[in-house]
Write a new protein. Structure first.
Ligand SMILES: [Fe+2]
Ligand SMILES: [Fe+2]
Length: 284
């Protein structure tokens, strides 16, 4: 078991860096008075990120009268937080748009679960006026990235994990720990640390299945809650420590009232459906 753990952490070095363009752009977006002209200049050089960004914006805003075709057009239409959200999503897409064979997930399932969590996180951050919305989006979109790493390097062991979940009734997290000596939350947080993400983002990823840790700060709470709601409405990632109870403490730390939860779920699901249908129709 220790061998597996060491191997996974060693192999983490071989995962490519998070795109430089994304770092620079996200840094610029920390400034409320960011110069959009300069921001567009930074992003424009990365064709994949630009294309993904425009695709996502056009998917999410089906109500737009015309198609958004340029970065400056998108910036003029969107709020600062929406720009942040779609930018992180556009950058994360290249990591999350792939199959996780060990987990029995198609690229679409992985991507939709990440996007779904991101959409809920965006909505909650907006509703509660989160202190650090950019940390919230990044952590929500990347919260399960540890699964990608485990799938890459120990895909074979995942068979054993799946069997333990099925036959012994363990949660996926418990089975990951038993077989690998680590779990996807630990591995994901470590990857983000190596990529140089802020401590708050790393912590939220680390905490997303831990009931004590997820209530330590607002970012961690919103991220864990977004993951739960995403599973709750059926945008699941298989057996991802599924829980249908949303603890009131979690809502409180996130900054939400119990009675606000229903509207968050319906609105979030609507937004997610919009994105999903449009992404699918663009892919066809
Ligand atoms: Fe997870
Ligand atoms: Fe998840």
């Amino acid at each position: 078991m220790v061998k597996v753990l060491e191997y996974v952490f060693e192999e983490l070095n071989t995962v490519p860096n998070f795109p430089e363009t994304a770092y620079r752009a996200l840094k610029m977006l920390e400034d409320e008075n960011v110069n959009f002209e300069k921001l567009a200049q930074v992003i424009r050089y990365d064709a994949t990120i630009t294309a993904n960004f425009l695709k996502l914006v056009n998917s999410a805003y089906i109500g737009l009268r015309r198609k958004v075709e340029s970065l400056s057009q998108a910036f003029a239409l969107l709020g600062l937080n929406q720009i942040r959200f779609f930018l992180v999503a556009a950058c994360a897409g290249q990591y999350l748009n792939r199959a996780l064979h060990g987990y029995g997930l198609s690229p679409y399932e992985v991507w939709l679960h990440s996007l779904g969590s991101g959409v809920f996180a965006e909505l909650i951050a907006e509703k509660v006026k989160a202190r650090n919305p950019d940390h919230v989006f990044t952590a929500a979109l990347l919260h399960d990235i540890g699964k990608l790493v485990l799938d890459l390097f120990v895909g074979g062991e995942l068979e054993v994990i799946r069997e333990l979940v099925k036959d012994e009734g363990l949660t996926f997290m418990e089975a990951e720990i038993m077989v690998l000596g680590t779990d996807h939350a630990i591995v994901g947080a470590e990857l983000l640390r190596r990529w140089g993400f802020p401590q708050e983002t790393i912590f939220a990823v680390r905490a997303h299945h831990d009931e004590d840790w997820m209530v330590q700060n607002q970012t961690a709470a919103i991220v864990a809650l977004s993951n739960m709601l995403t599973n709750l409405v059926g945008i699941g990632m298989g057996a991802d420590g599924l829980s249908y109870r949303v603890p009131s403490k979690l809502l409180k730390v996130a900054g939400l009232k119990d009675r606000e939860l229903f509207s968050i779920i319906t609105e979030g699901f609507k937004r997610y459906q919009n994105i999903k249908e449009n992404l699918l129709s663009q892919a066809r």
